[in-house]
Each structure stands twice: as structure tokens, then as C-alpha cells.
Design a protein around this ligand. Structure first.
Ligand code: URP
Ligand code: ZN
Ligand code: ZN
Ligand code: ZN
Length: 472
């Protein structure tokens, strides 16, 4: 099985150039001018960019939350991801206290097996550290191929772990070669402010944002950064939304702390005022951390441009408006948190970022694919266009103008958070390990074809001060 992609402009995290790409079976085997190979299928990409398949390092598919379960499962979620140019996701495997971690991983494999249309890996949630957990961790990294752990500093009495658990996770992850991820918000103070709001009869969606102010994200981010410094550990802060948090990450990075930051499309283009939409429509925009005041958007864009934040995750966590978001009509704390973002992650970043000259084309590739591959042990199999890499490829037409809409999206939910947004650019065809999953804007893949990715350990040579030392 051979294919040659011709006439396109290849963009990687480092370079932009014109060349043909030869694909044999699952791999890229040659890049060069005027390639030919007997029997090869020729794919004409004239006028299009060729990107490495997107890597979405932050998804929640088929996840129970707030008494309900996300609408998108591994089938609808990964098909929608493919439409958006994403060929790999890393999803969060939830765990329960007292239940072996292996059991939780099995449950997540069952959700994904036979359903995933693109390749996938798992991060593992850690909510307690004890002898049983410590005994399991080495095998989870070495045998299960799960080299990143997630700790929640918020969602009190649900997912929240205490500071000692975060600290101990950082210490052990460093020893074992895993990257620790945090949801950084001060869950205790949020819990207090939430109870106070409800006691005062404040039940509307906007109170979700008002009870989780940016100061509490900044505080938790600073605390996590300090604990990382003390533990000489390595940390990745998920879904950064505001200046308060960017400042703490920047400060720590400038000291050489091994800390990375992710933001999401929703925080770059939507703002807190969406939570005030009438007829309970504000519930569609309930994320944790919440959407922020508009002034934070330029801070986030600038942090991406300057390298203080490095990746774009979707934080896909979708619930229908009807029947799911509506659970919180009388009480904002009962609105399931999250939204549908897996499909539009790359297109929004391209249109709002590259086309509006906030970031470069090569930064776009780095943020949507390459950097996640490097941080999460997938590079160079994934995350780049190079000889020997998997042929995970997006043929992207930068000229198409379109509006995002639930009428045309492929996620299973009944609304789109970016409804009506005019954007430029669209994935036309997408290959996963050499096979089309999207061809001329139609899904031609198969549920179950996606493979589980055992990921390598965290590479501490990526650390900010190591990079500095290498360049002086
Ligand atoms: O609101 C969100 N972000 N839902 C998904 C769970 C999480 O905290 O990432
Ligand atoms: Zn397994
Ligand atoms: Zn979170
Ligand atoms: Zn999340």
C-alpha cells in the first residue's frame, strides 16, 4: 500500500517547505521533490498545507460527571476529532479511591476498544497516595504505557486531592519518569464561595464563574509550581485561563522549574459574559475553570506566542443542553462542567491564531501536535512529518471560509459552543497511520481501527533551564 501526497506545502514545528511525501503502509518513508513509486495512489494537495496529525492531549470521552455521562463516547468523539484534523487523543482515565489503578485502566480500555477511530493514550488520575498505589505505579508506566498522572486541586469531595498527595505524586513521578498534570483551582475556597452563593439564593449559571474567580486559579497554580520546585519535579498545568495563572507559570519557568502550560480554544475566543445568556443558555458555557473576562484572551495569546504556554488541549467534555446541562436549572452547581471542543480545536487556532498573525504557522503545528508528542512520550512516532514517523497527516485548505455550527458538526451534542463563528481554513483529508479517515471532508475510517498508544517516559531534557544551558 503506497501513497504519494503531491503539490502541498509541508508545515512542521520547525519548517515550511514544498515537497512530496511517500507513504508505505503506516509510515512516511520518503520526503522529496518529484517522488514516484510504482502502484502508488497519488493525492493532489495543491494549494493546501500538510500538517502532522493533531494531538489533543486533553479529552474526556465517555466520562461520568455530576450524575450523568459525557454525550460523546470514543466513537463519536474520535470521529469528530478526525474531522477536525486530530489523529491522536490522550484521554483522562478516572480512578476511585480504594480501587486498584489497574482496574480503572481496564474500564477505560473497555470504553475505547472497538470504538476509537484514531489512536489514543490515557493519562491516569491520582487522588490518593498509599502503599498500594505506590506499588502499582512502576508497572503502570513501564507495562501499561501510561506516563502522565493527573491531580485535581478542585472539585471538593469528588476528585480533589490534598496538597500532600500532589507533593508526593510529584516526588514519585520524578523518580519514575512521569509527567504530573494539575487542574489548578483552589477547591476549598470555591466550595465555601459556592455554598455562600446558594445560601443567598444565587443559582444562575453566572455564579459558576463568580464563585471561581481567577485569583483562585492563580493561587493554586502558584502553589502547584512551588511544590514542583520543592520536589524537583515536572508539571503540566491543564486548561490555563487567565493572567493570574500565566504569571505564576512564567515566574516558575524563569527560575528553571520544569513546568508547562496548556490552554484551550474556548478561553481564547469566548468570555465570561456568555454565562449570562438568557433562557439558561449560559449553562452551555460552564467550564471549570470558567470563561474569564475578555482582557485575559490577549494575555493567553501572548503567552502562547512567547512560549510561556505551549499546548492547546480541547478539554472535550460534552453534555447536551437538553437533559444534561438542564440538570442545573435551579442550581448552577448541578450543571455538568465542560463542552464540545474536540472538533474545532485546530481550526479555531489556525483561523484566530495564524490567520490573525497572533502566532506563526510553525507555532500552530507545535501547539496542536509536536509539543504534546514530545511532552507525552509519543515523539517522533507522532507529532511530526519525518521519515520513519507514522503517516498521521492532515491536508488542510487554508482558503475555505465557513461558519461553525451544530448543524454541520460531527459531535453527538445538541449545540456547538462556537455557534456562528466565522473561520478560515478546514481539514480536507486526514490520514491515520497511512489510511484515510477523512477523505474529501467525509469520514471513511472505521470505529475500532484506532490503536492504544503505550507512551515513553517523560524526557527531562525538555526542561526549560536545560534548554537554556544547551543554547548558551
Ligand atoms: O469543565 C471542565 N473542564 N470539565 C472537564 C473536567 C476538567 O476539569 O477538566
Ligand atoms: Zn491494559
Ligand atoms: Zn480540569
Ligand atoms: Zn479536562
Amino acid at each position: 500500500m503506497k501513497k504519494i501526497i503531491k503539490n502541498g506545502t509541508i508545515a512542521t514545528a520547525a519548517d515550511t517547505y514544498q515537497a512530496d511525501i511517500l507513504i508505505e503502509n503506516e509510515k512516511i518513508t520518503m520526503i522529496g521533490k518529484d517522488l514516484s513509486a510504482e502502484g502508488a495512489e497519488i493525492i493532489d494537495a495543491k494549494g493546501a498545507y500538510i500538517f502532522p496529525g493533531g494531538i489533543d492531549p486533553h479529552t474526556h470521552l465517555d466520562m461520568p460527571f455530576g450524575g450523568t455521562t459525557t454525550k460523546d463516547d470514543y466513537e463519536t468523539g474520535t470521529i469528530a476529532a478526525a474531522y477536525g484534523g486530530t489523529t491522536t487523543i490522550i484521554d483522562f482515565c478516572l480512578t476511585e479511591k480504594g480501587v486498584p489503578l489497574k482496574k480503572a485502566i481496564e474500564t477505560w480500555h473497555e470504553k475505547a476498544n472497538e470504538k476509537a477511530a484514531i489512536d489514543y493514550g490515557f493519562h491516569l488520575m491520582i487522588s490518593e497516595i498509599n502503599d498500594e498505589v505506590l506499588a502499582e505505579l512502576p508497572s503502570i508506566i513501564d507495562n501499561e504505557g501510561i506516563s502522565s498522572f493527573k491531580v485535581f486541586m478542585a472539585y471538593k469531595n469528588v476528585f480533589q486531592a490534598d496538597d500532600a498527595t500532589l507533593y508526593r505524586t510529584l516526588v514519585h513521578a520524578k523518580e519514575l519518569g512521569a509527567l504530573v498534570m494539575v487542574h489548578a483551582e483552589n477547591g476549598d475556597v470555591i466550595d465555601y464561595l459556592t455554598k455562600q452563593a446558594l445560601a443567598e439564593g444565587n443559582t444562575d449559571p453566572i455564579y459558576h464563574a463568580l464563585t471561581r474567580p481567577p485569583e483562585l486559579e492563580g493561587e493554586a497554580t502558584g502553589r502547584a509550581a512551588k511544590l514542583t520546585e520543592m520536589a524537583n519535579g515536572q508539571l503540566y498545568v491543564v486548561h490555563v485561563t487567565c493572567e493570574d495563572a500565566v504569571e505564576k507559570i512564567t515566574e516558575a519557568r524563569n527560575k528553571g522549574v520544569d513546568i508547562w502550560g496548556e490552554t484551550c480554544p474556548q478561553y481564547l475566543v469566548l468570555d465570561q459574559s456568555y454565562l449570562e445568556k438568557p433562557h439558561f443558555e449560559g449553562s452551555k458555557y460552564v467550564w471549570s475553570p470558567p470563561l474569564r473576562e475578555k482582557k485575559n484572551q490577549e494575555v493567553l495569546w501572548n503567552a502562547l506566542k512567547m512560549g510561556q504556554l505551549q499546548t492547546i488541549g480541547s478539554d472535550q467534555c460534552s453534555f447536551d443542553f437538553k437533559g444534561q446541562k438542564e440538570l442545573g436549572r435551579e442550581d448552577f452547581t448541578k450543571i455538568p462542567n465542560g463542552g464540545p471542543t474536540i472538533e474545532d480545536r485546530m481550526s479555531i487556532l489556525f483561523s484566530e491564531g495564524v490567520m490573525k498573525e497572533r502566532i506563526t504557522l510553525n507555532q500552530f503545528v507545535d501547539m496542536t501536535s509536536t509539543r504534546a508528542a514530545k511532552l507525552f512520550g509519543l515523539f517522533p512516532k507522532k507529532g511530526t512529518i519525518a521519515v520513519g514517523s507514522d503517516a498521521d497527516i492532515v491536508i488542510f485548505d487554508p482558503r475555505v471560509e465557513r461558519a461553525i455550527s451544530a448543524d454541520t458538526h460531527h459531535m453527538a451534542v445538541d449545540y456547538n459552543a462556537f455557534e456562528g463563528m466565522e473561520i478560515t481554513g478546514e481539514p480536507v483529508s486526514v490520514l491515520s497511520r497511512g489510511q484515510f479517515v477523512i477523505k474529501d471532508k467525509q469520514f471513511v475510517g472505521e470505529a475500532g481501527k484506532g490503536q492504544f498508544l503505550k507512551r515513553a517516559k517523560y524526557n527531562s531534557a525538555l526542561k526549560p533551564d536545560t534548554v537554556k544551558k544547551l543554547t548558551v
